[in-house]
Design a protein around this ligand. Sequence first.
Ligand code: ADP
Ligand code: GN1
Ligand code: MG
Length: 356
Amino acid sequence: MVNVNKILEKYGMNCPAEEYGDGHINDTYLIEYNGEKYILQRINHNIFKNPHEVMENILGVTKHISDKLVSKGEDPKRRTLTVINTLDNKPCCEVDGNYFRMYNFISDTVTYQTVERPVLFYKAAKGFGEFFNLLSDYDASKLHESIPDFHNTQKRFCDFENSVKTNKSGRAELVEKEIQFLMDRKHEVSRIMDEIKKGTVPLRVTHNDTKLNNILFDKITDDALCVIDLDTVMPGSVLFDYGDALRFGTNPVAEDEKDLSKVYCDIEKFEQFTKGFIESLGNILTEKEIELLPFSAQLLTLECGMRFLADYIDGDIYFKTHYEEQNLDRARTQLKLVYDMELKEEEMVKIIKKYI
Ligand code: ADP
Ligand code: GN1
Ligand code: MG
């Protein structure tokens, strides 16, 4: 348990902190002090090994976005995160071996855990698209790689095979069917990385964690207002951002739904996201990127399922879990989604053609 008073002292604040949000990685708290709200976060340093570098990335990226919005005559206050410095002017502080940062709380916004209405997903795509466009001239060499090989699915597959071999928790025997599902797709896991190596899929500045709940929507207009969770902003492929958003948003139920008959890729939602994405970025996509759009949804979903399953086999050491089999439930929804996306590939191609 963190000592909130000791952390807030660093900011000259003294008030209670309330646990907040549904992230799998960091610990998030809502703070209310002198009538103003703030977000306090413990950066998970087992995952982000260098919190100072993460903060450097975030400061660079948010300043770039803010400057650009100002130059367009727009007010950046609710459109990008603002890091609140400590009393000694630092963007994060260390307390008892943990690292904390604070942001302004962007009020009158909502986050969604599922796409409640298809149009929300169109708006999400526009929001991520705008984020991406604002960063299109950001110097990628200024970014630290906060998690190396984050979407290197081939490397992730090797890690997964090692988890199965090591079988730290003794759970591998319980999930032979799921392991086999992944093994059957081993030949596909390097498809995007191979194109990156060839140069047919360019590296750009990408978000890399485009889950629906990493975007704040305006409570009144439902417009996508602000892209958050910037820890993984790194050079990557736009296919990672497209595929990962579809992984989370086309599934009509929770990521850990136990009833797999409820889990499928909702093609109407696929269409809404694709429409918004292509409207925002269609003119910059290469031929190879366009060709790989439907596959990227499958691959990013497969990758995430593989990570959940590996973590289950490793004994739940990476993703936060709230009950015993949660990582397994999460892995199963992802694999069911992959299966359904594979069946719907032709439909996806048709939709993409309609908007390109
Ligand atoms: P994690 O890395 O654990 O996913 P996030 O940065 O995504 O953490 O934050 C978790 C949740 O907290 C978000 O989904 C969002 O609902 C809320 N949140 C985070 N930052 C802000 C902010 N600045 N203003 C309002 N809500 C926020
Ligand atoms: C994690 O931090 P959060 O909850 O937005 C994870 C993503 C996964 C996602 C699965 C740094 O995202 O890569 O796709 O869970 N983030 C990290 O829900 O590993
Ligand atoms: Mg998040």
